[in-house]
Design a protein around this ligand. Sequence first.
Ligand code: ADP
Length: 212
Amino acid sequence: MSLIELNKRQDAILQIVKENGPITGEHIAERLGLTRATLRPDLAILTMAGFLDARPRVGYFYAGKKNAVVLTESMLNLKVKDFQASPVVVFDQMTVYDAIIHMFSEDVGTLFVIDRDEILQGVLSRKDLLRSSIGSQDLNKIPVHMIMTRMPNIAYCKNSDTLVDAAKKLIERAIDSMPVVKETEAGVQVIGRVTKTNITRAFISLAETHDL
Ligand code: ADP
């Protein structure tokens, strides 16, 4: 981003347009006690840089590009590590019945399934558990590895990824959450979780810091 240094007169013009826009060049000049011709270069710079929008016969509007650039930058700076939650994991031999209990007691919508070496094996969503509860199977007899979505089809991210990239993955794969992982020789280890809720929270914090 190139930060443009505005001079005093350009600042004054911006202030006038912010408060009174749409306003003609003529009227801006009048307020500043200057001629329209004197202001022409300043208005051209402010329009070119995107601070102002000009519409013929209507006048100048405040475009606020600077704020938009700042907002975009801070959005791209949001990292998974700053918003991730703790993962809730179960072992692959746990029964579906116990996994349902675990999902309720931990108050999450997705469980990550790991093996004895703590390597990610799969994911269990609310509907995966519901689906296996339809019918007459004994939920105490089915281990979760029978019904989970399994590796290598699991979408995951790293804590250094941007939250925007994580959000894109959630939307593209139509899922509610993803494990945040650390890659090791033996496989991937789960170190966190990023969910639609975390992303909604980040969205709110952006709005708050930018006073939207
Ligand atoms: P629900 O199934 O309760 O609507 P999701 O939309 O998160 O919840 O899950 C949809 C399907 O995608 C489920 O079968 C689930 O196992 C699977 N799934 C969930 N998260 C992931 C993930 N991170 N990677 C791959 N598959 C996933």
